[in-house]
Write a protein that binds this ligand. Sequence first.
Ligand code: ADP
Length: 475
Amino acid sequence: MKKILFASSETHPLIKTGGLADVAGSLPAALSELGQDIRIIMPNYQAIKHQQPSRQLGSIMVNNCEVQLLETVLPDTNVTVWLVDYPPFFDFPGNPYVDANGEAWPDIADRFALFCRIVTEVAMNRVDLDWQPDVVHCNDWQTGLVPALLSLETQRPETVFTIHNMAYQGTFDRDTYVQLNLPGQLWHPEGLEYHGMMSFIKGGLAFADRITTVSPTYALEIQTAEFGYGLEGLLSYRQDKLTGIINGIDTAIWNPATDASLPQTYSASKLADKQSNKTALQQRMSLPVDEKIPLFGLIGRLVEQKGIDLVLSCLAEMVEMPLQFVLLGSGDKAYEQQLQGFASQYPDKIAINIGYNESLAHQIEAGVDVFLMPSRFEPCGLNQMYSQRYGTLPIVRKTGGLADTVIDALPHTLNTATGIVFNDANPSALMEAIKRSLVLFDNKTHWKKIQRNAMAKDFSWQNSANQYLALYQQL
Ligand code: ADP
């Protein structure tokens, strides 16, 4: 049995801004089910304070701040959560990283540097908890200083650092470094310095004993200039310590056989029941009800990463074809307006819902035939996995986790195919893939076979947790 300290700046359902929270909310529970002794450590934000009873464990003095450590449990699990309580930094509402205008909190470096110091103290068993982890598993830049600080200790636990998205690095100016009062010996080009700036993520990339990211393909991509954001050299230098492990999905929440958001549940052996979900979705989105017309869907943040511009470039041609398209998402205002423009011009073809709506997301996954995910980059991606589980065939670009989780439908892959994969991030490549899906859709025998292949895939957390456990055991 391994003792694991899992450090994360967000954990579902306590607080969530993105995929990291899903991982932190699921992986520790899956590891605990595999018999491991795992504790989560995270900041005690106001939202948690107000929703979650906790008990006091002790107090720690670091860098002139007196910090309390509280203990609670992750809802619906038996996983212990340690909350780093320092009200001047964490007792605020809303998003952990940005204010209501989307600007980074001015003292964000101080906040997460303090968090990292506390994780280090707990990892070194200096807080009277009588528990020292074998492994400290850190996630994203907010925890990047932990492997760096631990590198200065003797008798330290091993460290794992997981990259959920290379686009966020926690970079600050040199004055911040000085002000944070961090050890001078970590300030060098092989350490926390990055072109004269300080980089939190480099602490993880340079000092962790193992680095992981959330798909094998993304692990390769981030070693190139296109995806590495300036750190590709360091990542390729450390490639023998770098691996990719695909995230799991919550197979209880995303289960078409039991999903309470659906007008009609269904399974691979009752695929015909999927149809009622299509009808209900067409009604809900005010599209003409038509069983036969292929219905395309997209759910997600409307940002460049997700290839929304590619979809916009294809829409003019798509509306000339026998198909319908529904989209749920929000993001860049320019994208939102262009999409709504198409919907008002072609109300019997395109329906757009701007906003965040979980039950509608489930209904779209169940109701559409084809799911579009033409991302420019995608560390792991979840929707392509939900789609497959719901017998909805994804069209994905061959990048990151999309490349690793969808098997392209080709003449010789009928027994394994689960969707459609295209290579280039341009509108004609996406259009080609859409046309391929229409041809496939007309061949009902092949379509059903591919739906069943997709629904039979195992995207559970148990699978991923076993791979993390194997990694811990190698350390
Ligand atoms: P990312 O983390 O880059 O946004 P993922 O595909 O990994 O992309 O995860 C996005 C998650 O958020 C999925 O569970 C998706 O269904 C959900 N989601 C995104 N936008 C919306 C929305 N507008 N309404 C409901 N769920 C959404």
